[in-house]
Design a protein around this ligand. Structure first.
Ligand code: TYD
Length: 148
């Protein structure tokens, strides 16, 4: 079934100049980019995006990491994409690998490029985990007219 999924390039992927190779891998899953933008990750946006993690002890570290502060990055850039295609949600999650880069297959995106530093998983890319998450996250990050 044709689906849309939200993909975010996190600050570690941006600073390591990995975004091109990651987009290449996702495009080769047979998916199309339907939306793309650079957006400032405010504290408010980070909390809304990770509202499912409210109350988790690691959330402050995740927010600091997602804003770039954790790695001393001050521009707070995130690259956001809407990818579309057959079974896009599961395909992208499969290509990413496990949340923890140490547990991800070495050839997966997170396994190849991610790391664990000072208690925070630096796993390069976010992708929606379910249809419900995809709908909520795409609405949070994109206006309808920005998806072509
Ligand atoms: P989660 O939504 O559970 O995973 P995923 O990104 O695979 O959908 O968690 C969001 C982010 O929080 C995850 O990418 C990395 C970070 N995180 C930690 O730093 N420590 C943890 O124990 C967990 C579960 C997540």
């Amino acid at each position: 079934m044709k689906e849309r999924t939200l993909v975010l390039m996190k600050p570690d992927a941006i600073s390591k100049k990995l975004t091109g190779i990651i987009i290449d891998r996702l495009e080769h899953l047979g998916l199309d980019i339907k939306g793309a933008k650079v957006r400032v990750m405010t504290e408010e946006l980070a909390r809304e995006h990770y509202s499912n993690l409210a109350g988790q002890p690691f959330l402050p570290g995740v927010i600091s990491f997602m804003r770039g502060d954790f790695n001393g990055i001050s521009d707070h850039r995130i690259y956001a994409f809407v990818f579309e295609g057959e079974d896009a949600i599961a395909k992208v999650r499969g290509a990413l690998g496990a949340t923890d880069p140490a547990k991800a297959e070495p050839w997966s995106i997170r396994g190849a490029f991610g790391c664990f530093k000072d208690g925070v998983m630096q796993n390069c890319v976010h992708a929606s985990g379910s249809k419900e998450d995809a709908q909520r996250e795409i609405n949070l990050w994109f206006k309808p007219e920005e998806i072509v």
